[in-house]
Design a protein around this ligand. Structure first.
Ligand SMILES: [Mg+2]
Length: 318
């Protein structure tokens, strides 16, 4: 991903006060990972003829992650990568990121580390931080707004009967990491890395869109749960072969199918060059099923026979 073409917008001088001292500190830490900070709002150029693509994502401590699991810098990285993943799902290129944080007093001295993680994530995709907000609060939460652009974005809604269904990367890491932490043990290095350092598949998504992808979603709730979302939006039936799922070592296909917060992409297409994708990005692209005639939904097969449905994460389930 190339950096946005227009020259970096300079920061605006900030006034006096503790809040502005905090912001000054963040801007200094961020260096070239931030542009145009300090006015009432950010002004961004978008390429002529393209459309703006926007999404927002919140992570609440104790709800979306346990602060004991990962480092403050990883908390900032992860929140930002998760939000950027939604731009990838739309095959949009990132323009800028807004960072809003609610900080309890006990977390004040970790603000800089969290902010460094936000900068790490925007650097991965060649975007910049263009604004944000800091508020005192009783509960730590991070809200990341991502702004992107696309000439033609991919949606969840275009899958057609006869399309194949593919997934990027290897699944199961975040689910395995969370299960380990909940059991009071350290996850494997691979599983932990997949949880703490997901990579937004921005360049991969552009490749997929340019090679005929018809629909796309990023896997935040679990492969099968997100396949249901894609099936609903497209009004199609998706057949997923669990035995074809690319999994990390030590994870079963069923667990990988319900592992959330993967931030990999699930796409449909008439046919994709999986070897070409893998050699371009060093990440596997695996055909795991197809769009078939039938009522809207998802069926899961193992060894060619129907197996029980696999659940995913529902934000409002109890
Ligand atoms: Mg999403």
């Amino acid at each position: 991903v190339s950096k946005h073409d227009s020259p970096a917008t300079p920061h605006v001088q900030l006034g006096r006060g503790h809040e502005f001292d905090s912001i000054r500190d963040l801007v200094n830490r961020w260096g070239d990972a931030a542009t145009g900070i300090g006015d009432d709002a950010a002004t961004l150029d978008i390429p002529r003829g393209e459309r703006i693509v926007v999404s927002v994502d919140s992570q609440v401590a104790g709800r979306h992650f346990d602060p004991a699991w990962i480092q403050p810098r990883e908390i900032g990285y992860r929140a930002t990568a998760a939000a950027l993943s939604d731009l990838a799902a739309m095959a949009a290129l990132p323009l800028g990121v807004l960072f809003a944080i609610n900080v309890p007093d006990a977390w004040r001295d970790k603000l800089g580390d969290i902010a460094d993680g936000v900068a790490d994530a925007v650097r991965v995709v060649g975007a910049t931080i263009v604004g944000g907000n800091i508020a005192a609060a009783n509960e730590l939460s991070i809200t990341i707004t991502v702004l992107g652009h696309a000439f033609e974005s991919l949606t969840r809604g275009g899958a057609a009967v006869g399309d194949h269904v593919y997934v990027t990367g290897r699944l199961g890491g975040p689910g395995a990491a969370v299960a380990a932490w909940k059991a009071g043990v350290e996850p494997s290095e691979v599983a932990r890395a997949r949880f703490a350092h997901p990579v937004p598949r921005i360049r991969e998504a552009r490749w997929l869109a340019d090679h005929g992808a018809t629909a796309c979603i990023d896997i935040s709730d679990g492969l099968v749960a997100d396949a249901h979302h894609l099936a609903a939006a497209s009004g199609r039936l998706i057949e997923v072969h669990l035995d074809r799922l690319p999994v990390i070592a030590g994870v079963s296909a069923a667990d990988a199918a319900r592992s959330g917060e993967e931030y990999e992409l699930l796409v449909s297409a008439g046919g994709l060059d999986t070897a070409g994708f893998a050699s371009a990005f060093g990440v596997p692209l695996t055909e795991i099923g197809s769009i078939v005639a039938g009522h809207q939904g998802v069926t899961t097969l193992g060894g060619g026979v129907l197996v029980a449905a696999v659940g995913g994460h529902d934000h409002f389930s109890r």
